[in-house]
Write a protein that binds this ligand. Sequence first.
Ligand SMILES: Nc1ncnc2c1ncn2[C@@H]1O[C@H](COP(=O)(O)OP(=O)(O)OP(=O)(O)O)[C@@H](O)[C@H]1O
Length: 585
Amino acid sequence: MKEYINTDTRTTKSLLKTYIGLINAAGKQKKILIRSLIYTVISSCLFGVSLVLLYPLFAALETKNVTATVTHLIIVVVLLMGSFIFKVLCERYDADGYSTLAVTELREKLGNKLRHISLDYLSQFRSGEINYLMMQSVNEAAVFTFMLLNIIITGVVVPLSAAIALFFYSWQLSLMMFLVFPMAIPLYLWRRKAYRRGFSILAEANAKLKGEAVEFVQGLDVLKSTGQTEEKMTEFIKVTTDVANILRIGTKKGEKPNLIITIVIQVGLILIISLGAYLVNAATISYLLLASVLLIVARSTDVLNYFVQMSSMLESLVIGYEKLQELLNAPSLPEKKAEIMPDHYNIEFERVNFSYRGQDKYVLKDISLQIPEKALTALVGASGCGKTTITKLILRFADVKSGSIKIGGIDIRDMSQSQLMSLVSVVFQDVYLFQDTIINNIRMAKLSASDEEVIEVCKQANCHEFIQNFRDGYQTQLNDIGKSLSGGERQRISIARAILKNAPILILDEPTAALDTENELAVQKVINKLVQGKTVLVIAHRLSTIIGAEQIVVIDKGEIVESGTHQQLLQQNGIYNEFWYLQQN
Ligand SMILES: Nc1ncnc2c1ncn2[C@@H]1O[C@H](COP(=O)(O)OP(=O)(O)OP(=O)(O)O)[C@@H](O)[C@H]1O
């Protein structure tokens, strides 16, 4: 459990800043949220004052003064009704679906951010963590904020307004209320710090648990095949136990300050009663006023205690929201919209240096490279030499540290993301298929494509036949990770997407590496068709698949060491030649 301690470096923000931050989570609904919270303030004020006005009502009843009784009764009823009406008006925020709108807006904001953030930055998060932020933290920030702020406002405003109103009947008792209840505030702030630390540790452990859970499920087949399920399960159980222990210890630690705050509130109650009894005895106030004050204090302590309980929940919510804010404030890749789009599609790397986040050594060093259009360029090199990084930079998953990448003479940083994406199709080694029908999984490359168009590209990509063999054909639902399709089938679906998109540049990241010979031949045939007339960049492990390439570029430890055609490279007698002969045996 030690690994969770000291993981949180965030400082505790002032209460006001915290609450303002949370209100901002409502986005466009902020104004309506503030209006609803103002309704809560009014409702609580009216309620607090109505409690105090019970005293003149009781007094009128005792003296059997009918006019005064009726007048005060009407006033109390009107105040209570007013309080109720404002409460109902405030609740409309939830009832009219504004909190749901806030959730949608926040999720959209996060989704947009994820689209524009550098994937290099994003790689520091575990997938389970992003999932947690996207689902739970967003929900908590947008829905629970309203509920909790309501409780907190009621907890503070009811006793406060009652104390002010009481001043007109007994300044001594009013002063007592003013003295006793604010005492809970420094205690609350003290508890807040302790709680915050506890909740930070818990949030960290929870994020780890979510990450472990996602990885455990996603990697189940690998774990099974390597006989590691037992070990991973033990790890998983350890994190679950850690979370339970942290929660238990946290609750235990939180008990003490909670108890002290409750005691302070109860002692306050006793003090007020004692002072009231003394004042009645000294004939300064009537026993009826004391009775009314008891009612007020009892009711106020109820709401205050509720506030104390709920404010700890707020702390956990704030931590989640702050993590969310961190992600929302993460730097986006600067984007410009190009006035003119390229009319030719060669790709040019000019003295490109690149390192991943947090690394001080470049993984690509001084790369200058011309990838001509209407030709096939292949990248080869040992594992980890930087081939995939080169393709990622063309897709602008991150920006170069120095140098530039141009398409048709235009720097990719001077294009918007959608402009760049309209120029490039990618077939990755790992094909991601969405939990949707096959046809929709392909159509996502061009949303306006008709069914006939999709079927036509599937024929070209050699996947029409196997799709038709499914009972539901193109309407077959795929599960979330596309496990029901073989590697070759998934690869061909990805190629069908690329054909449908028909972008002038095509990047193929080891498209046949994971396939058996039969599938490899089928996919290779499709790729050969696809290459015609496009700028094609392919990462290849099997050199036999790129013999015909116009240009083969050999990378070693992030640097270009050789380039030329297959024949030229064989004659150079260098690394390529070595690779080639190694693969022949
Ligand atoms: N997100 C990342 N964060 C930090 N380092 C990374 C990241 N992705 C890759 N690297 C490192 O950058 C270097 C180049 O990786 P890259 O994936 O480009 O190699 P590659 O030639 O494509 O390898 P392979 O043939 O095994 O796929 C490697 O040392 C790798 O560990």
